[in-house]
Write a protein that binds this ligand. Structure first.
Ligand code: OGA
Ligand code: NI
Length: 349
């Protein structure tokens, strides 16, 4: 019979006992299950960023614009993040999740306001059904405000994660410039809307799961930030909504998956969509994924770019601070209805 789990983290549940079924608190009602046999296999666009700083820049900008409009998701190669930086990041994440339980639990917290914390599922304070995921969440920009909170075990954790977050910030800034241009805005328009800027990161660990058709690593959701840069290992699990179907995204070594988040949808006044995606689990292999969430600072005021608001295209959203949005995002829990519905222009007073 299914039982509730006794450990804080799902990784410790899996390693502490030989489980052959999913405990009842992880089981989704039938109508919400992943239907893994109904998933399509269709590649998302792969964009070469090499030419972003050459005479062919406008061609790459157009490709990015098309991918943002049509899919909300694309992959990038020649992105400028060194292979060794990526390998060190993956390795240190793997080592972190292999540490003894009491060592990992030093950073455990179920409070989404904590800026460095290990937790499980998504928000166990608000959700009814748990997800088959543990995660270490870190704030990483401005780095000097947070690095002293980060774990010191494994030994090189801070050095490797600092190098990786520095390099992915650089990539995020290049992408934000290109996306701004692709919308017909000044190259630095979006950059200037982000206040002092922010950057968060999650180290997601999905243990093998005995019944992957009953639960999720992460259920369908959109990302609440501006853009996400996802690094994943070689185990599939990410699925993206396209034309009403779930499409599996196959991992390609040394590429990143980029997706548009809710803030970019707002700034673009709905030209670009923050697309639903989810992570499913499997019976055989653990999976690691490391999203970098590039975001505005909490005090930044976000709203549709005036240049994209016309009589034919009125503002879809009201203005709000990112801090206000972020609190709603975490409290609402992951649901297929986006948090954006709470920020529509028509519901403002
Ligand atoms: C996320 C996310 C996907 C994955 O953390 O927001 O969508 O493949 N992760 O882990
Ligand atoms: Ni996501």
């Amino acid at each position: 019979m299914a039982t509730n789990s006794k450990t804080l983290l799902v990784s410790d549940l899996v390693s502490s006992e030989k489980i052959d079924h999913v405990p009842s608190n992880y089981i989704r009602p039938i109508s919400e299950r992943p239907n893994l046999q109904d998933v399509y296999d269709d590649p998302i666009p792969l964009i070469d960023l090499n030419d972003l700083c050459g005479p062919n820049r406008s061609h790459v900008v157009d490709q990015i614009g098309l991918a943002c409009r049509k899919y909300g998701f694309f992959q990038v190669k020649n992105h400028g993040v060194p292979e060794s930086t990526i390998a060190n990041m993956m390795q240190i994440a793997r080592e972190f999740f292999k540490l003894p339980e009491q060592e990992r639990l030093k950073t455990y917290s179920d409070d989404p306001k904590q800026t460095t914390r290990l937790s499980t599922s998504f928000n166990i304070r608000t959700e009814k059904v748990a997800n088959w995921r543990d995660f270490l969440r870190l704030h990483c920009y401005p780095i000097q405000d947070y690095i002293n909170e980060w774990p010191t075990n494994p030994a090189h954790f801070r050095a490797h994660v600092a190098e990786y977050s520095h390099s992915t910030r650089d990539l995020a800034l290049r992408l934000v410039d290109a996306i701004s241009e692709s919308l017909g805005l000044e190259k630095d328009y979006i950059n200037k809307q982000l206040g002092k800027h922010g950057q968060h990161m999650a180290l997601n660990y999905y243990p093998p799961c005995p019944q992957p058709d009953l639960t999720y690593g992460l259920p369908g959701h959109t990302d609440g930030n501006l853009i996400t840069i996802l690094l994943q290992d070689e185990v599939p699990g990410l699925q993206v909504m396209r034309d009403g179907h779930w499409v599996a995204v196959r991992p390609v070594p040394n590429t990143f998956i980029i997706n548009i988040g809710d803030q970019m949808q707002v700034i673009s006044n709905d030209k670009y969509k923050s697309v639903l995606h989810r992570a499913v689990v499997n019976c055989d292999r653990e999976r690691l994924s490391i999203p970098t969430f590039y975001c505005p600072s909490p005090d930044a005021i976000i709203g549709p770019a005036p240049k994209l608001v016309t009589l034919d295209d009125p503002a879809v959203y009201r203005e709000f601070t990112y801090g206000e949005y972020y609190d709603k995002f975490w409290n609402k829990g992951l649901a297929s209805v986006s948090c954006l519905d709470m920020f529509m222009a028509t519901s403002s007073v």
